[in-house]
Design a protein around this ligand. Structure first.
Ligand SMILES: [Zn+2]
Length: 162
């Protein structure tokens, strides 16, 4: 992902109110390893159920406010984005307001995602070797690509007007 500055990140949010946009707490952008992520994800330090993601869609950053559902999923659930089968972290249900008028009417989309948005790291971990001759790097690259396209599909769905 390319480096994006604070002003662009703040302006990129597609499903927030004026008040929410002003209050957006940004992460330490200097500490972000931009070349190792396909989306930027962080939790709100003051509102424990709120999280934020920003990714590039058609070369423009798009940010979404994500709200964690109060109830935790029964049993262990796979993250829809990184689909990490080793479940190294909690996966929770987030509901996200659709962009525009639909969102203002209360229309949301739900998805199961890693609680702290660990997906970038999970997708980049070296897969366990499945058999002799297994191409570890190719498997890793295809997981990264799959994660990227899963996130993109979700964001496009949120942006879609209906
Ligand atoms: Zn994940």
């Amino acid at each position: 992902m390319r480096v994006i500055d604070a002003a662009r990140i703040r302006a990129s949010f597609a499903n927030v109110s004026v008040r929410e946009r002003k209050a957006l707490p940004l992460p330490d952008l200097d500490a972000v390893e931009w070349e190792s992520i396909d989306f930027l994800g962080w939790r709100d330090p003051k509102q424990p159920l709120v999280g934020y993601i920003v990714t590039m869609i058609d070369d423009e950053p798009v940010g979404l406010l994500m709200r964690q559902a109060e109830q935790t999923p029964r049993g262990r659930t796979l993250c829809v984005w990184c689909a990490d089968v080793h479940l190294p972290n909690d996966v929770v249900m987030f509901s996200t307001k659709r962009a525009g008028a639909a969102g203002r009417r209360g229309d949301t989309i739900g998805t199961y995602v890693c609680a702290q948005f660990e997906c970038n790291r999970n997708a980049r971990r070296k897969p366990r070797t499945a058999y002799v001759g297994f191409d570890v790097e190719a498997a890793r690259q295809s997981r990264i690509a799959a994660c990227r396209s899963n996130v993109e599909r979700f964001v496009r769905d949120v942006l879609a007007t209906r």
